[in-house]
Write a protein that binds this ligand. Structure first.
Ligand code: GLA
Length: 732
């Protein structure tokens, strides 16, 4: 999979699905050569002529074969030697300089894929599953070394990259920036697709043409954020859902990130991703190393659906770990929108009993079960049962729920502290705060300093005390504010620039310890809905609450955008009551069911308050979901009509061979004189007939003429879900 051509000094990573080539240019510069469609042998004849352009100084010692760094496609560019594009790294030296001139020093090729110490990452299942190239770059003048790791998987159009920066001499250094990966494409006309949004409006898909400019997709919030997801795509002009070249990029990290897309005057596009350098300063003592997070890079010529297929498989197969990898996810009911903080055991058990009759499989007790938490002003940090609400205790509640044949889940917000809490009274220094300043509250709460081991241990001990005595099958791990006053009481002044990243390492450590100690528990990530829906969290929490917005119409866009990178098995989606709590909209049960079933189905309502006909509809939804759970959680998603185009939304979820599928079609607003809806399907077997809506139709017809969609045409907020299956000989 990885070849080194010693004569031309070219590395070629390839597997029949993708090729990635890099080379060592005269002077030892590591250059980017090619990333894209697989080639058998990289001859490198298309290698760019080295250029020297006006106003770009030439590095010293190049003789007559001169080229300026400003135009050289590079793999891990620095600054200060005539490359004026955004640098990938910056290391400050005691002499006041902050420029590093990294040149090729050595390389090695190893079987498999090493883990990234302390950080989540994709993994190989064995030495045959992947191969890793490590290229060591060094600057002998200032003693900085960067080891660039590139992994290629055997049967995926995926490359992963990460970097280890090491201090190789006796002088202390400070890393101001260390991107995880950078590469320079020659890509005229590229368009950028990114997932932007807001609270309750996460991951809306934005597509824009690049010009000569610098685009930065970032977060400085201490979380990957609702606002800008650390995933994005570059696509060739004209790429659609079904055809065309698309490159995908994603940072496996949940904290401050920076993704840079810079197009220069020659239509070269520099793409870079890593920890956000804003506020970041990492001390590197002599001999010490720093590991960056991982970046995943993918290629397809099968359009955006092709891109998604690669990511969905990768995340399900090689990022999600533990018992719930490829495992069926339960249908839960959560009491948040049903009760908010106002509940007691009787109310909960009534919801449980009603939900059980509908077929729901697990009950999740949300916020408000601990301390004296009756609203959002108190008790975060005190993970002991709220004695007034649950006098018989949590263990008892769980036991009764289990006796009814349901699983029990519990909400925690481990990273937070309320001022009104016993933890705060005992340890006011446990929060992130600047000494002498009051501290900015968010939702009346402060962020615990998870960079500190003692703080994590204090929370972990409390959580274990609950989990060791209560049968808990599911944890919803929430995080309801973003960081401010990022300062740790126990670190010296010069190390304060490390706090935000140390926090993330602490968070991952805590998640690692909990998931190891309780392997049977299914963890669901959450951050005010989808404020931390990222690849880092998915390594510990195999599914994530996608958004606090449960309105089915709003969810069309949120889930459509989210699905660009994230598979259905990760997208937690609940049917909620109408009028909807966020928008007051009264959408049909059919639409709510179809949207929430396109992911990990659950309920977010008071099951005791459903009408007879709603109960019947929910029973039917659940029975359908249980029958087709595998397909709906792990099937191949094909997006057909985008809600971002302003009209109807449609997608199809099929098995790998295209022998069965669920088609979802939604039309938020009815129209006068509507046309019949014919929806062309994809990926079916053209030579088979399918049973659909009580009829027999050819796969070729469904992909050619299309499916006649039985949508109620005179109704707003209409949605349908259609199941089709190839007819087998037994059916004849
Ligand atoms: C966040 C979550 C909600 C709910 C509340 C509880 O907003 O996203 O689902 O758990 O917190 O306070």
């Amino acid at each position: 999979m990885i070849e080194y051509d010693e004569t031309n000094r070219v590395f070629h990573l390839h597997n029949g699905l993708v090729s990635y080539a890099l080379g060592v240019a005269p002077g030892g510069y590591l250059t980017h050569l090619y990333f894209g469609r697989a080639v058998r042998h990289y001859h490198g004849t298309g290698r760019e002529h080295h250029m020297s352009t006006s106003f770009s100084p030439l590095p010293a010692g190049q003789g007559d074969d001169v080229f300026g760094l400003n135009d050289l496609p590079l793999e891990y560019p620095g600054s200060g030697f005539g490359d004026y594009r955004v640098p990938a790294h910056e290391v400050a030296q005691p002499d006041g300089t902050a420029v590093t001139d990294l040149r090729y020093q050595s390389h090695r090729i190893t079987a498999g894929k090493p883990a990234l110490p302390g950080l989540p990452a994709t993994y190989a299942t064995g030495d045959l599953d992947a191969e890793t190239l490590t290229v060591v770059l060094a600057d002998p003048v200032n003693g900085t070394e960067a080891a660039l790791a590139y992994t290629i998987f055997r049967d995926r159009a995926v490359i992963t990259r990460s970097v280890v920066v090491t201090n190789r001499d006796a002088r202390p250094k400070v890393i101001r920036k260390a991107a995880s990966a950078s590469l320079d494409f020659t890509a005229p006309g590229f368009e950028l697709i990114h997932l932007s949004g807001s609270y309750a409006k996460e991951r809306h898909l934005v597509r824009e043409r690049l010009t000569q400019e610098i685009r930065i997709l970032d977060s400085k919030r201490g979380a990957s954020s609702h606002y800008q997801n650390p995933t994005f795509a570059l696509v060739a002009p004209g790429t659609t859902e079904h055809t065309g070249v698309a490159y995908g990029f994603g940072l496996v990290y949940s904290g401050n990130h920076e993704c840079v897309i810079e197009q220069n005057d020659r239509q070269q596009v520099r793409v870079m991703a890593g920890i956000n350098p804003a506020g970041f300063a990492w001390n590197l003592a002599p001999g010490a190393s720093f590991q960056t997070p991982e970046v995943i890079l993918t290629y397809t010529d099968q359009g955006l659906n092709g891109l998604s297929a690669t990511w969905h498989r990768l995340i399900n197969d090689r990022l999600i770990r533990g018992r719930y990898r490829h495992h069926d996810r339960p249908i839960v009911i959560n009491n948040w929108e049903a009760t908010y903080f106002d509940f007691d055991e009787a109310k909960i058990l009534a919801i449980v009993a009603a939900a059980k009759r509908l077929g729901v499989e697990a009950f999740v007790l949300d916020d408000g079960w601990f301390g004296h938490r009756d609203d959002d002003r108190s008790s975060l940090g005190d993970w002991v049962t709220h004695a007034q609400k649950l006098p018989a205790g949590l263990a008892h509640l769980s036991q009764v729920i289990h006796q009814q044949g349901m699983k029990f889940g519990l909400w925690f917000e481990p990273e937070m502290i309320s001022e009104d809490s016993e933890l705060f009274a005992a340890h006011p220094d446990y929060r992130l705060a600047i000494p002498g300043r009051a501290g900015s509250a968010g939702r009346h709460q402060f962020t615990l300093d998870f960079s500190r081991e003692d703080v994590r241990q204090a929370v972990l001990d409390q959580m274990c005390a609950v989990l060791d005595h209560t049968q808990v099958d599911f944890i919803k791990w929430d995080m309801n504010r973003n960081m401010s006053e990022v300062f740790s009481a126990t670190l010296p002044a010069h190390a304060q620039g490390e706090v935000a990243h140390r926090y993330m390492l602490g968070l991952y450590d805590m998640l690692e310890r909990l998931t190891t100690r309780y392997p049977e528990i299914l963890f669901e990530g959450c951050s005010g809905g989808g404020g931390r829906f990222d690849l880092g969290m998915l390594a510990y929490t195999p599914q994530i609450w996608t958004s606090d917005d449960t309105d089915a119409v709003a969810r069309l866009k949120i889930q459509y955008g989210t699905s660009l990178f994230y598979p259905l098995s990760t997208i937690s989606a609940h049917v909620s009551a109408v009028p909807n709590h966020q928008f007051q909209r009264v959408t049909s049960m059919a639409l709510r069911g179809a949207v929430a079933s396109s992911g990990v189905l659950g309920y977010e309502l008071d099951a005791t308050k459903l009408t007879e006909s709603e109960q019947a509809a929910v029973r039917e939804q659940i029975a359908f979901y249980q029958t087709h759970r595998r397909l709906l959680q792990y099937g191949r998603l094909t997006r057909l009509l985008s809600p971002f185009d302003g009209g109807d939304t449609a997608w199809q979820i099929s098995d790998d061979r295209g022998l069965e599928a669920v088609v979802v079609y939604a039309r938020p607003l009815a129209e006068e004189a509507p046309a019949v809806i014919r929806l062309r399907l994809f990926g079916l077997d053209a030579n088979r007939d399918y049973a659909v809506l009580g009829q027999r139709v050819g796969g070729d017809e469904l992909m050619g003429e299309g499916l006649l969609v039985p949508l109620p045409l005179s109704q707003d907020y209409a949605g349908v879900q259609v199941y089709l299956k190839a007819v087998t000989d037994d059916d004849e």
